[in-house]
Design a protein around this ligand. Sequence first.
Ligand code: ATP
Length: 442
Amino acid sequence: MSNNDVKSILGFDLMSLHSFSDISSLVEHALGSELLSFINDISIKTDENDADLYIVGGFVRDLLLGRPSMDFDLVIDGDAIRLSNELVSEFGGEVTIHRRFGTAKWYLSEELVSATGLNSLDLVSSRSESYDKPAQLPDVKPDSIKWDLQRRDFTVNTLAVNLSPGKFGELVDCWGGLEDLKTNLLQVLHSRSFIDDPTRMLRAVRLEQRLDFNITDDTVQLMVASLPLLDDVSGDRIRHEIEKILHEECPEAVLVRLQEIGVAGAIHSSMAYIVGEWLETKFALAREYSLLADIAPVYFGLWLYSLSIDESLSVCNRLQVSTKAEESLRQIGRVKSILSELDASANPSDVVRNLDDLSDIALDVLVVAVDSQDVRKNIEKFRNELRFIQPVTNGNDLLELGLMPGPDLGRILLRLKMAWLDGEISSKEEERVLVEALVAER
Ligand code: ATP
């Protein structure tokens, strides 16, 4: 049963909601009985501390939009650290504390892990933030739930639900999030938002495309005005946001929109003009043809495929990508420059010689990106068959035949492999005859 069905069974209509609406049945249904009873235990303890417990942010947004999500954040308008210590005393487990931020991570006991399906729970004290310098981390101080919600990136992420006894299920809407949710709008809460944190530009576009919302004109204008500030953001932080984008269901829509607004070009000038239609076609093909469990690195290679190798490496440098990812891009760049050697006239051994050192990521990118049918077929054949072909004879067998360790050994093994690949030999017996001939002619 989809969440939309559940909403209609529960008699829920987003358009009729307002702040303080009771959405307890929706929350109860989303959490399920085990999690609900666990949350109730926490909210009773919170209440004993004269504080309220809230579920905030993405969970509430997605709940109201009928998009089930189990990723929830809890906020306490009180002392989360004291609460976490009391919870550990009563229910077991362990806690790690970040006093500066007023947060605690509660690692649940085995019993609670199996009852709730959660390994740990973040408990956060409500707080407000102030930014001294653009693009730097903020100063924080304890504050009410209202000001905690005001720290959020977009209005639709400012919704909360009170989980406290007596107020369970009460919707909290302090910053216009509900109205924007009803009208599919994405906007920041104040005009300094992108100055405080320019990575919100990437978050805005990611969320807009995921939810099929529209970023308001005002917010787009604020973004455009803040584009130069991206220069002050570390490669690590930008890459982190790009990784999240590449894990979206349809990352190409986000990348194309980032380019349209100018964010991609502001991150690196080479990314200002990547052709959107090409990306859309190739990303869809990647979903069909990639063999990798995590397709994000393949998307990354495709995103940069049209750039020269120097441009790609310069983007890698800006984004501080891992040397492994950079190596895949180098391999892709090298193969791009010898594609004609992989056309229909290439022998299987030529194909293997040219592709043998390629990572799985580089192979998947090339299988999808290359436009020539013949070349693509050869790369796919290498990926799916040729690279697994090995002679029966191994190094030890050659030593037993009296060969000394050294380059001869490797040469003979390679020659055997090529002979298999090109059909010169096709049985164990034929391989044995060739081995004898090669050993004799040394
Ligand atoms: P996702 O579904 O991809 O996890 P999310 O909306 O749940 O997206 P998270 O990245 O998990 O977002 O962040 C949790 C909450 O923290 C968000 O709802 C958002 O309001 C807030 N948040 C995250 N990053 C920022 C930021 N850079 N500035 C302000 N608020 C942020």
